[in-house]
Design a protein around this ligand. Structure first.
Ligand SMILES: C[S@@+](CC[C@H](N)C(=O)[O-])C[C@H]1O[C@@H](n2cnc3c(N)ncnc32)[C@H](O)[C@@H]1O
Length: 288
């Protein structure tokens, strides 16, 4: 029987902005560098802790030296660093100025993780009776995507399918907006054609695909969401759902509105749909 031994990561103190490791971490603000390295940045102790707890690989942990000098923080950061190193990741002790230069934030987090990207393949998607998937057609705005991932997590969706050319879920702004939910829901990337094929199989197993469209003819509240696997399909911010995607839906619904706005923001519309589809699963407040 063979067993693989993980060599503990290294620990290094860095204060120079021209250090090559810092430079390559800064370069992760660009998608092409994230994709080449297969990693992304997660800001803050909570996000790095969530990542580790959910089995994501933290290649490098950066933290400010001041955390070690703060009695309320030092035990926590030492324990986080020990976990990262025990799993083979490196720890870089640095300063707030360098951390600010990496995330370009006015109020920088004192902890940053360089985390390995993880996306599921559509072949790994399994269905069970209560699954509710979200599918996003060419979502463009990273803030919308992060907010949707957070909402999907909060309302117990099984995961988020990214259909077609979408914004990068691993962009700093998207990851920030997820508030850690990125580590709790499955993300699947697929083409429009693959999504079409998926819906055929999904339907054979009793699944229902519910699309949302400003030209929808059905009130979103009139659907019975209480049983069977579901996919809620949301359209692109500017163009809405493609005709091809609308055609693979079992229902195309409209969220009723009566103000002057001609549509809802994508993330808000997604929240309303998810709440409607998942309300029978949400615990009653105050129930014993
Ligand atoms: C900003 S809207 C797209 C507006 C786009 N100009 C159009 O004509 O479809 C982005 C997405 O949010 C969802 N959405 C927004 N408001 C909606 C509503 N009232 N009913 C159903 N879906 C809505 C749809 O999925 C839509 O494709």
């Amino acid at each position: 029987m063979s067993s693989s031994v993980i060599r503990p990561g290294r620990i290094e103190e860095i204060s120079s902005p021209s250090n090559p490791r810092i430079k390559s971490i800064k370069a992760l603000s660009m998608k092409k560098n994230r994709d080449r390295e297969g990693v992304f940045l997660a800001e803050g102790q909570k996000l790095v802790t969530d990542a580790l707890e959910k089995g994501w690989t933290v290649r490098t942990l950066l933290h400010s030296r001041r955390l070690l000098e703060d009695d309320r923080q030092s035990d926590k950061i030492r324990s986080l660093a020990a976990t990262v190193r025990a799993r083979g990741g490196d720890v870089l002790i640095t300063n707030d100025k360098l951390l600010t230069s990496i995330t370009r934030r006015d109020n920088p987090q004192a902890v940053i993780g360089v985390v390995e990207q993880k996306l599921s393949d559509v072949s790994q998607v399994t269905q069970s009776e209560d699954d509710c998937w979200l599918a996003l057609d060419r979502v463009r705005d990273p803030g919308n995507l992060g907010t949707i991932i957070r909402t999907a997590d909060a309302l117990g969706a099984r995961g988020v399918m990214l259909v077609g050319e979408t914004t990068d879920p691993f962009a700093l702004e998207a990851v920030r907006a997820t508030m850690g939910s990125l580590f709790h829901v499955d993300l699947v990337r697929l083409t429009e054609a693959q999504f079409g094929d998926f819906t055929v199989e999904f339907r054979q197993q009793g699944g229902v695909v519910i699309g949302t469209h400003l030209r929808g003819a059905v009130d979103h509240r009139s659907i019975d969401y209480s049983s069977g696997p579901k996919v809620l399909l949301m359209g692109n911010e500017q163009q809405g759902l493609t005709d091809e995607l609308a055609a693979v839906c079992d229902h195309v619904v409209l969220i009723s509105m009566n103000g002057a706005a001609d549509s809802l923001n994508l993330a808000v519309a997604t929240g309303i749909m998810l709440f409607e589809a998942r309300r029978h699963k949400l615990p009653a407040i105050g129930a014993v």
